[in-house]
Design a binder for this molecule. Structure first.
Ligand code: FES
Length: 310
C-alpha cells in the first residue's frame, strides 16, 4: 500500500475553478443537504473536481474547503483517505488499481503487479513514457470472491491472470478500453461457478410434509358477559328484576286477567240488577233480610294482586 500524499509542487496548478456546468451542479448538490450540513457534499464535490481535471489538485481541495466552509485539513483528510481520489496526474487512458489485500494476494495479485511494473512503470503512481498509463496498489475493492482483480477508472476486471491483464493493458493503450468486457474474465456469470451451475441442476419437487405447519386447533373464545359500564343505574323499586311481569310470569298474568274480567262483569250486573228486579218484582215481596225495594248485592271477589298470585 502506497503512502497517499499530494503531488509535488511542480505538478500543482495555481488555481482551481469549476466549469460553469459543474459549478451549477455543485450548488445544486450542496442544496440537497439540510442547513448546517452542507459539509456532507465534500465527497461528491471532490469527485466532480477529479472528473473535470483528471486528478485532485491542492487548489481544488482549497476551493472546495472554502465553498463548504470547512477547514482545509478536513477536506484533505477525505481526499487522502479514499483511493478513489487521485492525488497526482495519472495515465490519460488507464490508471490501473491492483487490489493487493489478502484474498487477491493469495490468488496472484503480486504477479499482476509485476505485469504493471513491466508494461507501465516500475514505481506506482508514475506514468509511462507517453503519459497514457499508470498503476498503483490499493486495498480490498469488494470483489474478493472473484480475486484477483483490478479497477480501471470506474470498472472492475476480475478473475485475472497475468496474461489477461497484459491484453487488457494493451487494449487500453490502443484506445480500445471501452471494448473490453468488464467483470469476470473467465467463463462465469458474476460470482457463479466457472462453466455454469454445478448444484441444484435437477428439477426437484420438495417434499414438504414435515415442513408444513400443522393446523392449530381453534380454541373457542371464552364467553364474556356484556359489560355494565354503559348501563344506567336505576334503584327504583318497580325496576327490581325480581318483580313478576306478564313477560316473566305469563300464566299468572292470564289467570289474573280472567279474574279481572269476571269481576268487571259482576260489578256491571250488580249495578243494573236493582232496577231490573224492581221493575220486574214491583209489588212482590222483598228478599228475606233485605228491606223492601232493595236488592242484596252479590259479593264480588277481589282480584288477586301479583304478589298474591305467586
Ligand atoms: S481482497 Fe481483493 S477485492 Fe477484496
Amino acid at each position: 500500500m502506497s503512502v497517499r500524499r499530494l503531488a509535488e509542487e511542480q505538478f500543482q496548478p495555481v488555481n482551481f475553478a469549476f466549469s460553469e456546468e459543474n459549478a451549477a451542479w455543485a450548488e445544486a448538490t450542496i442544496r440537497k443537504y439540510p442547513e448546517g450540513r452542507q459539509q456532507s457534499a465534500v465527497i461528491p464535490l471532490l469527485m466532480r473536481a477529479q472528473e473535470q481535471d483528471g486528478w485532485v489538485t491542492r487548489a481544488a481541495i482549497e476551493h472546495i474547503a472554502a465553498k463548504l466552509d470547512m477547514p482545509y485539513i478536513r477536506v484533505m483528510e477525505v481526499a487522502t483517505f479514499y483511493t478513489q481520489f487521485q492525488l497526482k496526474p495519472i495515465g490519460t487512458r488507464a490508471h490501473i488499481q491492483v487490489c493487493g489485500t489478502t484474498p487477491c494476494m493469495l490468488r496472484g495479485s503480486e504477479d499482476l503487479i509485476k505485469v504493471c511494473q513491466r508494461k507501465i512503470h516500475h514505481d506506482p503512481l508514475h506514468r509511462n513514457e507517453s503519459g497514457t498509463l499508470s498503476w498503483e496498489e490499493v486495498e480490498c475493492q469488494g470483489a474478493c470472491v472473484n480475486a484477483p482483480m483490478v479497477i480501471i477508472f470506474k470498472d472492475a476486471y476480475e478473475d485475472l491472470t497475468p496474461e489477461r491483464l497484459e491484453e487488457i493493458i494493451d487494449q487500453f493503450e490502443a484506445g480500445k478500453g471501452a471494448d473490453i468486457k468488464t467483470g469476470p474474465q473467465i467463463d462465469r456469470h458474476e460470482s457463479a461457478p466457472e462453466g455454469g451451475a454445478v448444484t441444484l441442476l435437477e428439477d426437484i419437487k420438495p417434499v414438504r410434509t414435515n415442513l408444513e405447519p400443522k393446523a392449530e386447533p381453534v380454541e373457542e373464545a371464552a364467553s364474556v358477559p356484556p359489560a355494565d359500564a354503559a348501563r344506567p343505574k336505576d334503584t327504583a323499586p318497580e325496576t327490581d328484576p325480581k318483580l313478576k311481569t306478564p313477560v316473566t310470569a305469563p300464566k299468572a298474568a292470564a289467570r289474573n286477567a280472567k279474574i279481572a274480567e269476571k269481576g268487571e262483569a259482576t260489578t256491571t250486573t250488580a249495578k243494573a240488577a236493582p232496577k231490573a228486579r224492581g221493575s220486574k218484582a214491583e209489588g212482590a215481596p222483598a228478599e228475606p233480610g233485605v228491606p223492601s225495594g232493595e236488592t242484596k248485592p252479590k259479593r264480588v271477589r277481589k282480584p288477586k294482586t301479583e304478589g298474591e298470585v305467586s
